[in-house]
Design a protein around this ligand. Structure first.
Ligand code: ASP
Ligand code: MG
Length: 432
């Protein structure tokens, strides 16, 4: 029995910290990361960082310009470099010129990459370019921390996170990934603080792959899974997970505790505070997740853990914007039953469209989806061969739990309700 307890303590001694773009958006923010890490000096910690500020958006523009061989390419590249140079000059001492050279070389590397003509898919090139955001960021942060006396080792996440070749949305090879993390990363972490990147991995074609926008949370969860970590902390610019977006609901409050199940639902339906894929790997190993403010690191934040957690029974409102409602009915008077439904689902899957909500009747099928212009257009064209298709765009999908009628009435004011779905615990509305 005692051995088991010791064993358990030994295995679960590591913590994973994830610092997102906002927490490393400028030199002061990076210094604040150092201050937080100093408080955990004697613990075994893996730090997963995102690209600085909004630099991923800039790199996306760069990729587009590169792929289209647009002249704007060099201008965008310079802007990205300038943004990082400014942080570097406010953060690193000039005396450490090798550190400067080191980071400068990464920019040269990217510049060289941009010189070759694109010869593969857009998504492939996207990953080779956009991933530099995390590389720059982690390099700069690691160098700064070492200078500030927080000794650490910089490691490439690609050496641990293995995926298939779905560029821009790499699917994790869990067996290989957890094997590499536990065999290679764990022993290093037992000796030293490690700084690595979120969002990126390596594909089975040996190229860089990204895990989907905002995927650094997911990376933190993947590492925690492989390490059997004691906990994951996502450091944010908000106090924790709120019951609603404070920008839309002025009376939004922080939730102190949340079950994994509820957190998955909230993230899936649009709460942007946690990436939707983050929770399941943690849930499967019962690893608690803390969402805390990097501005008030002493505050409790939100604890996401197993279903026994004491959740407050207050309503939560999740609003997902930029939704499209696609309604499909048959041209030949056939019912929308199994045969038609299976054709419709196949078309959605083929065009890579995610359904957030669906509803069917005898003669029609409706789905509320994230609006992505190109994908939605090609799906519509295919469906129109067989069906009548109507589309409403620029909609909101609102998901409410613990709902009460008064707030729903308020939500509906001035809006048109296009679709409604109710379960015992949640209500979903598609609003125009
Ligand atoms: N830098 C990536 C993004 O902005 C990944 C992340 O921040 O989680 O999407
Ligand atoms: Mg980000």
């Amino acid at each position: 029995m005692t051995i088991f307890i010791f064993d358990d303590l030994f295995i679960k001694s590591m913590k994973v910290f994830k610092f997102g773009g906002a927490s490393v958006k400028d030199a002061d923010a990076v210094k604040n990361v150092g201050t937080i890490l100093k408080r955990f000096e004697n613990e075994e910690i893996l730090v997963v960082v995102s690209a600085m500020g909004k630099s991923t958006n800039g790199l996306e523009l760069l990729t587009k310009a590169y792929f289209e061989q647009d002249k704007k390419k060099s201008e965008i590249f310079s802007d990205i470099k300038k943004f990082h140079d400014e942080i570097i000059s406010n953060l690193l001492s000039q005396t450490q010129s090798h550190a400067f050279d080191d980071i400068e070389n990464l920019f040269i590397e990217l510049e060289c990459l941009l010189e070759a003509k694109p010869d593969k898919s857009f998504d492939y090139h996207y990953d080779q370019i956009v991933s530099y955001g995390e590389i720059f960021s982690s390099r700069i942060i690691s160098t700064y921390l070492n200078e500030a006396g927080i000794k650490n080792r910089w490691l490439e996440a690609q050496n641990f996170i293995s995926t298939d070749n779905t560029y821009r949305e790499g699917k994790i090879n869990w067996e290989l990934t957890s094997d590499k993390i536990s065999k290679t990363l764990k022993p290093i972490l037992q000796k030293k603080l490690v700084i690595t990147q979120g969002f990126i991995g390596r594909s089975n074609e040996n190229a860089t792959v990204t895990l989907g926008r905002e995927g650094s949370d997911y990376s933190a969860a993947i590492f925690a899974y492989g390490l059997d970590a004691e906990s994951v902390t996502i450091w944010k610019d908000v106090a924790g997970v709120m019951n609603a977006d404070p920008k839309m609901f002025s009376d939004a409050v922080k939730l102190n505790a949340l079950s994994y199940t509820k957190a998955i639902e909230m993230a899936y339906y649009g709460a942007t505070v946690i990436h939707p894929k983050t929770i399941q790997p943690l849930q499967s190993k019962n690893i608690p997740l803390f969402v805390k403010s990097f501005l008030q690191p002493n505050e409790d934040g939100t604890l996401v853990s197993n279903d026994n957690v004491q959740e407050e029974s207050i309503p939560t409102y999740i609003v997902k914007q930029n939704q499209m409602l696609i309604s499909i009915s048959s041209k030949d008077f056939s019912f929308i039953a199994e045969e038609n439904l299976s054709k419709i689902f196949a078309a959605f899957s083929k065009h890579g469209i995610k359904m957030n909500l669906m509803q069917n009747s005898a003669i029609s099928f409706s789905a509320c989806v994230n609006f992505e212009e190109m994908k939605c257009q090609s799906l519509t064209e295919e469906l129109q061969n067989t069906y009548d298709v109507t589309r409403n765009s620029d909609l909101e999908l609102v998901t409410i739990t613990n709902y009460d009628n008064k707030t729903i009435e308020k939500l509906l004011e001035g809006k048109m309700l296009l679709l409604e779905q109710k379960t015992r615990s949640s209500l979903q509305l598609v609003l125009e």
